[in-house]
Design a protein around this ligand. Structure first.
Ligand SMILES: [Zn+2]
Length: 260
């Protein structure tokens, strides 16, 4: 897989507008994924379905994270995005893949967004801290939302012990929405990778949260189809079917489909 970078950030409908500094490294060192072993063999269909039924993508993300054992409130978006990529891999058995055609030669290139190949989010010093999922909850729309997010992310930043504050210290300027860009660590923005044929840079917009959730939704639709086929053929109750190991449920569903 080509090494790639995510240098900038696009505007998100229900997340903050923040640039990304992460480098997507070659996957030479796949770390231990035992943290996800609880998912192996049988996807918790009911929990996944409930999470993905949330009305907004942000809520879907937080519910998936919570269902996977990662209380999202205190997580930064960068950490959450990496965890969502890990959930995608654990449940679907593959990494989120981004494909784009080379503008120079037309060849199709692919990059895997592997959570365990990404560097961890790196904190940046400044007037704001990186936004967490709790910071994004219930923001008003538009500029008021941006201002409120700045206020929330300013809390606890740059405070000094007033009893010992140096009197000559100038007052720093008030943080502004533009300062959020410096502290965003989420995996969203144009992904740049080298064309596998000619080596020219290929750019395509990427949002790890959107892509991971889309992959989980596709998985859920496939499993819903399997459950429907088994329920129609065997008249088992939902809990019995959902308790089947994933591979067994899939095999039985294919039998049902073949005999239709
Ligand atoms: Zn090319």
């Amino acid at each position: 897989m080509a090494a790639a970078t995510l240098p900038d950030r696009a505007t998100l409908p229900d997340r903050a507008t923040l640039p990304d500094r992460a480098d997507l490294l070659d996957r030479s060192d796949r770390s231990d994924r035992s943290g996800w072993s609880g998912w192996s063999g049988r996807v918790p269909l009911a929990a996944l379905a409930a999470a993905l039924a949330a009305p907004t993508e942000l809520e879907q993300a937080t519910r998936v994270l919570a269902a996977a054992g990662h209380p999202p409130a205190g997580l930064t978006l960068g950490t959450g995005d990496r965890l969502l990529l890990g959930v995608h891999r654990a449940l679907t058995g593959r990494d989120v893949t981004v494909a784009a055609a080379c503008p120079a030669c037309g060849a199709l290139g692919e990059v895997e967004l592997a959570a365990d190949a990404l560097p961890p989010p790196s904190p940046v010093a400044g007037p704001l801290r990186p936004p967490t999922y709790a910071d994004l909850a219930g923001l008003p729309p538009g500029e008021r939302g941006a201002a409120e997010l700045v206020r929330r992310c300013s809390a606890g930043q740059g405070e000094t012990d007033l009893g010992h504050a140096a009197p000559a210290e100038p007052t720093p300027p008030e943080p502004a929405p533009a300062d959020l860009a410096a502290v965003d660590d989420s995996l969203c923005g144009p992904l740049v990778f080298a064309c596998p044929e000619c080596g020219e840079p290929v750019r395509c917009p990427v949002d790890a949260q959107t892509l991971a959730l889309r992959g989980l939704l596709e998985l859920l639709r496939r499993y819903d189809r399997e459950v429907h086929l088994l329920a129609s053929a065997y008249h088992w109750d939902l809990a019995t079917i959902e308790a089947l190991p994933d591979d067994r449920r899939g095999r039985l569903a294919r039998h049902v489909e073949a005999e239709r």
